[in-house]
Design a protein around this ligand. Structure first.
Ligand code: GRG
Length: 282
């Protein structure tokens, strides 16, 4: 186990230890476990480390990001949304438990994310307000939830490339952006524009990779159902075709590397993580 995995699993345990024993606790532990890549926590913590701070005291903040991400997956998998039966290499929460439990697991994870931020002991009140504002703007009615609404409305429809980009940026990009901004806020950065530009292209790349993987890989390799294909959802790949989508992917790689250069983050832990994302195959 890497040091990151060990400390991150420990932060999940610390969080779960505060719960009374209940079916909710079991279901939350189940939702947080499995083959999740922990990408959002890693983005935040590797940025903090690359700016010269020790990441150890910020694992509970990184967990807040993973809680929000896990909530979005658990709700996205529900029969009323994507109706998926497999996630992180195992049955989805509503299959392993039931629908009411899955809804409540999501509600609890989303709410607890904000207490993980407000209860942090070494951040200033100003930083906490900045983090809470950043996260709520990213995932609420102007962010991820709006992206999900647009995604559901797009089923079986013809949408333009711009509309697809906007939807992907909201649904997938906003929480990735918040994860990078969390790192920048903790590192006391004063300007966020270049981080936002990096996050913009990373979000678009991540969703495009997801669409390409859904086209090219088996569900067993991905560890999750291929519901977009089944539900006839338009994606950048179905819009552009495979070859042009792969060209666009390369264009995003270039833009991301330009941002890393501008932010003076080349040859750091953060840029190593970004390169791993660029090369990802699941
Ligand atoms: C339910 C409000 C609400 C929002 C759901 C994130 C989301 C919005 C839906 C997930 C649909 C999806 C598969 C999007 C593609 C990109 C993406 C976010 C993939 C899953 O994230 P990973 O690859 O997953 O980081 P792991 O399991 O590794 O954490």
């Amino acid at each position: 186990m890497t040091k990151f995995n060990e400390l991150f699993e420990q932060s999940i345990q610390n969080y779960l230890n505060k719960f009374p024993d209940s079916s909710l606790k079991k279901a939350i532990a189940y939702a947080l476990s499995g083959t999740g890549k922990r990408l959002r926590p890693q983005l935040m913590l590797s940025l903090i480390a690359s700016r010269g701070l020790s990441p150890e005291s910020f694992y509970s903040l990184a967990l807040a990001l993973e809680c929000v991400h896990t909530y979005s997956l658990v709700h996205d998998d529900l029969p009323a949304m994507d109706d998926d039966s497999m996630r992180r290499g195992k049955p989805t929460v509503h299959i392993a438990f039931d629908e009411a439990t899955a809804i409540l697991v999501g509600d609890a994870l989303l709410t607890d994310a904000f207490s993980l931020i407000s209860e942090h002991t070494s951040l200033s009140p100003d930083q906490k307000v900045q983090l809470i504002t950043t996260l709520s703007n990213a995932i609420g009615s102007r962010g991820m939830v709006l992206g999900q609404v647009l995604d559901i409305a797009s089923e079986g429809k013809n949408v333009s490339l711009n509309e697809l980009e906007e939807m992907n940026q909201l649904k997938t990009g906003k929480l990735l952006e918040a994860s990078i901004l969390f790192g920048a806020i903790v590192a006391n950065e004063s300007s966020f524009e270049d981080y936002k530009m990096l996050a913009h292209h990373l979000g678009l790349l991540y969703q495009l990779q997801d669409d390409l993987l859904e086209t090219l890989e088996e569900a067993t390799v991905l560890g999750k159902s291929k519901s977009d294909t089944v539900r006839n959802k338009p994606t950048t790949v179905t819009y552009l075709g495979l070859e042009k989508a792969q060209e666009l992917e390369k264009d995003y790689h270039q833009k991301i590397r330009q941002s890393l250069f501008k932010l003076d983050l080349e040859h750091t832990l953060f840029s190593t993580l970004i390169e791993t994302i660029i090369q990802r195959s699941y």
